[in-house]
Design a binder for this molecule. Structure first.
Ligand code: ZEM
Length: 292
């Protein structure tokens, strides 16, 4: 064991086939329930629950992260930063019931992997072995980022995971998916036109739209464009810092570069605080399309 790290314990009686079956059930349910959130579907909210279940990690004391699956407890799902994510938990409940051998941490992260791949995003290598931990290991509320932060806030926030500028900018590119909801976060609107397709559209829009800082119906300032897109102050911060801006431009010009960097950073995010046995090879799942 490595001091302070949670050590993954892969279930020896399960193979990639078992996890591909879970993947397929999640992917088929995303397809079937496509009317969710005005036909955006469940993909974006599944990416968000994977990120928030990992986003409690703190490398300074090695607490939080996806390992313990503590998002299943009231204290964590009721964190105001997690508003709306109950719908993702409810979506996953029947999947868990059918495959109850899987840990919650593995299920939340596998759902986030499935959602990215099924939205035509990059392949996300994934390793199982997270182990459910008891309720008293649930991290305190307030570890997720503040959407009103500026560039130094964003850089400093992700420093808690040990992420560099490339990893930070690539990860926030996940805002190509889904939208903000006034009732969840006090912000409103999508980042682009194709809210259920994983692409570099976030970066293209961030650079090219005509943004105007406006107060929304909840009284919060957000950047709005004539096409009806929005950016959070923390998104716009990626334009206001020269090192971030260079990466935004690179990803807007080269979707393959974005896909590559995103996949690496997302794996790191979902595995934050976990030590995997050296010989444990990641699984790469097939999309539903590839299996047809
Ligand atoms: Zn988000 N995010 N996020 N994010 N996020 C929202 C929605 C989504 C921030 C943030 O404040 C918000 C990352 C980083 C950061 C997704 C994925 C990832 C919303 C809107 C807010 C306010 C919630 C609502 O109203 O329903 C901030 C400040 C971030 C960093 C600085 C990272 C990293 C992500 C994944 C890798 C996704 C997919 C959504 C859309 C959810 C949905 O329901 O449509």
């Amino acid at each position: 064991a490595v001091a302070g790290l949670n050590v993954a314990i892969p279930n020896k009686s399960k193979s990639i086939k078992d996890y591909q079956n879970v993947y397929n059930d999640i992917a088929e349910k995303i397809r079937e329930e496509d009317e969710f959130d005005n036909y955006i579907g469940y993909g974006p909210i599944l990416v968000r629950i994977a990120w928030h279940s990992s986003g409690t990690f703190d490398k300074n004391n090695m607490t939080g992260g996806s390992f313990g699956g503590t998002m299943r407890f009231k204290k964590e799902i009721n964190d105001p930063s997690n508003a709306g994510l109950k719908q993702a938990d409810e979506f996953l409940a029947p999947i868990y019931k059918k495959h109850s051998w899987i840990s919650h941490g593995d299920l939340y992260t596998l759902a986030g992997v499935t959602a990215v791949q099924e939205a035509q995003g990059p392949k996300i290598p994934w390793r199982p072995g997270r182990v459910d931990q008891p309720e008293n290991t649930t991290p305190e509320n307030g570890r997720l980022p503040d959407a009103t932060g500026d560039s130094s806030y964003v850089r400093n926030y992700f420093g808690r995971f040990g992420f560099n500028d490339t990893e930070i900018v690539a990860l926030i590119g996940a805002h190509c998916l889904g939208k903000t909801h006034l009732e969840n976060s006090g912000f409103e609107g999508p980042w682009g036109a194709a809210s259920n397709v994983f692409s570099n559209e976030f970066f293209v829009n961030l650079l090219n739209e005509n943004w105007k800082l406006q107060k929304n119906a909840a009284g919060n300032e957000q950047y709005d464009s004539p096409k009806g897109y929005m950016m959070l102050p923390a998104d716009f911060a990626l334009r206001q810092d020269n090192k971030f801006l260079k990466l935004v431009k690179a990803y807007a010009n080269d979707q393959d570069l974005f896909f590559n960097d995103f996949a690496k950073a997302y794996v790191k995010l979902l595995e934050s605080g976990i030590h995997f046995p050296a010989d444990q090879k990641p699984f790469i799942f097939k999309t539903l399309d590839e299996q047809e």
